[in-house]
Design a protein around this ligand. Structure first.
Ligand SMILES: NC(=O)c1ccc[n+]([C@@H]2O[C@H](COP(=O)([O-])OP(=O)(O)OC[C@H]3O[C@@H](n4cnc5c(N)ncnc54)[C@H](O)[C@@H]3O)[C@@H](O)[C@H]2O)c1
Length: 447
């Protein structure tokens, strides 16, 4: 099939690459000329395991192209996927300006029937807005061309995006149009060969399902984070509680980890957007407000523990910090808890020696914007390995649970860290084991 993907970010690039892997001819469009240049010269603008191989293979075969040429992109695909960003607007609602711009471009330039598929996460009713934008552009041109609009929310996880796209738990298609249903069923058939995981539903329910899924996952995290504080207060161990409840199949084991708060490009904005939709419908969401409030506090939980130990003035203190990305296996720094932790430590006068296996460059870029050049120059160093972060540090702070942090050399840690102290925001270690090395170990929800 001929496919256009509009927006070549985490979702668009993975979608385009994986669809081309199945033999489709895909053109990926972006307004960011630098991104397209990187892709056209063989680079990959994001870190995503397995993505580079698929992009290179299919680009070399001529099935995957990257362009900033809107007319070429609109002319190419029978299916036009919209995968642009939907960041939060000032009132928390999803900002649909990029989605609308993409839809208008299609209406402005299409010359034959198009199936427009919204893959961006968008509030209920957006398909109608896309339809109206395209119709408006067609009317301006005085042409009468048929088109379909469908919703196909994306459920991939950053860090495992290729794997998720190639082997999805489910594919949701929201449509009220026979032609769109047939085309999308055919397109996704190779991804659901062993087990039909394709769910066809009405458009509004498809749009809603994406927000409901992310809101549920964020709720589980905030629930466990709130319980972790209580566990500490009453002397229980949240890790044992997690196992205790996760073995109930009605609860399940996933997304029950207490930690340093959720971040990323999706949960924070989607929780906000759902809350906004609820308020607009006259049904304010008490749950979403609580999920967000608990998370905002949780991002400070490591800093609270550090301040409880050292006091508010951290001048003269140096902290090693492991993990900057919002989660492992990505370089995405959007809403990463590390940004809050670094900012709070620096604000109190500390020096931070930060290490992340892949996100250092992106972290430096965003932290420069967050904190300014001077703070970065004076108080923040990026180092190239986990052990080298420890050199000259008083204590270690762990923010992201990269695999390489799981079995460190505790002996070396104990002899290197001046205060022999670890603040672990991800509960990576057995407290008894760590304490056996003479380290003072503070983690989340474990008394
Ligand atoms: N990142 C994820 O893990 C994930 C998972 C599921 C769903 N989503 C949703 O998918 C959407 C995209 O997310 P993302 O993380 O890929 O965003 P992103 O910011 O990485 O990429 C969006 C891209 O769209 C481009 N763009 C903006 N306007 C454009 C236009 N008019 N024409 C062409 N390109 C344009 C931007 O330059 C950017 O490269 C969002 O709605 C998000 O909520 C994201």
């Amino acid at each position: 099939m001929k496919i256009t993907v509009i927006g070549t970010g985490y979702v668009g690039l993975v979608t385009g690459a994986c669809l081309s892997e199945m033999g489709n001819h895909v053109v990926c469009l972006d307004v960011d000329a630098r991104k397209i240049e990187v892709l056209n010269s063989g680079g990959i603008p994001i870190h995503e395991p397995g993505l580079q191989e698929i992009v290179h293979r299919n680009a070399a075969a001529g099935r995957l192209e990257f362009t900033t040429d809107v007319a070429r992109a609109v002319g190419h695909g029978t299916l036009q996927f919209i995968a642009v960003g939907t960041p939060p607007d000032e009132d928390g609602s999803a900002d649909l300006q990029y989605v609308t711009a993409a839809a208008r471009n299609i209406g402005r330039l299409m010359t034959d029937h198009k199936v427009i598929v919204d893959k961006s996460t968008v509030p209920v009713g957006t398909a109608d807005k896309v339809r109206a934008a395209v119709a408006d552009e067609l009317a301006k041109r005085g042409v009468n061309l048929a088109f379909s609009v469908a919703s196909n929310p994306e459920f991939l996880k950053e860090g495992a995006a290729v794997e998720d796209f190639m082997r999805p738990d489910r594919i949701i298609i929201g449509t009220d149009d026979e032609r769109a249903t047939l085309l999308l069923r055919a397109l996704y058939a190779p991804f659901v060969r062993n087990h039909d995981r394709l769910l066809v539903m009405d458009i509004k329910s498809a749009e809603f399902s994406k927000y409901a899924a992310n809101a549920m996952l964020a709720t589980r995290i905030s629930f466990m984070n709130e319980l972790s504080r209580l566990a500490e207060a009453v002397g229980a161990d949240i890790e044992q509680v997690r196992v205790g409840i996760g073995s109930d199949p009605r609860i399940g084991t996933h997304f029950l980890y207490a930690g340093a708060g959720y971040g990323g490009s999706c949960f924070p904005k989607d929780v906000k957007a759902l809350a906004r939709s609820a308020a607009d419908a006259g049904l304010p969401s008490k749950m979403m407000a609580a999920v967000e409030a608990v998370n905002d506090e949780q991002k400070l939980v490591l800093v609270d523990k550090i301040v409880a130990q050292y006091g508010d003035d951290l001048r003269g203190k140096t902290f090693a910090l492991w993990g900057l990305a919002f989660k492992p296996n990505t370089d995405d720094m959007r809403e990463a808890p590390s940004r809050v932790v670094v900012a709070e430590l620096i604000r109190r006068g500390a020096v931070v020696r930060a290490y992340d296996p892949v996100a250092a460059a992106e972290a430096e870029r965003v932290l420069r914007l967050d904190l300014g050049d001077e703070a970065l120059a004076q108080q923040l160093r990026f180092v190239s390995s986990a052990p080298s972060a420890l050199a000259g540090a008083d204590a270690l702070v762990i923010v992201t649970e990269w695999k390489e942090f799981r079995t460190p050399d505790f002996e070396a840690m104990s002899s290197t860290l001046t205060d022999r102290r670890i603040f672990d925001g991800r509960n990576l270690y057995d407290p008894a084991l760590v304490r056996g090395f003479g380290l003072d170990y503070r983690s989340i929800g474990r008394a």
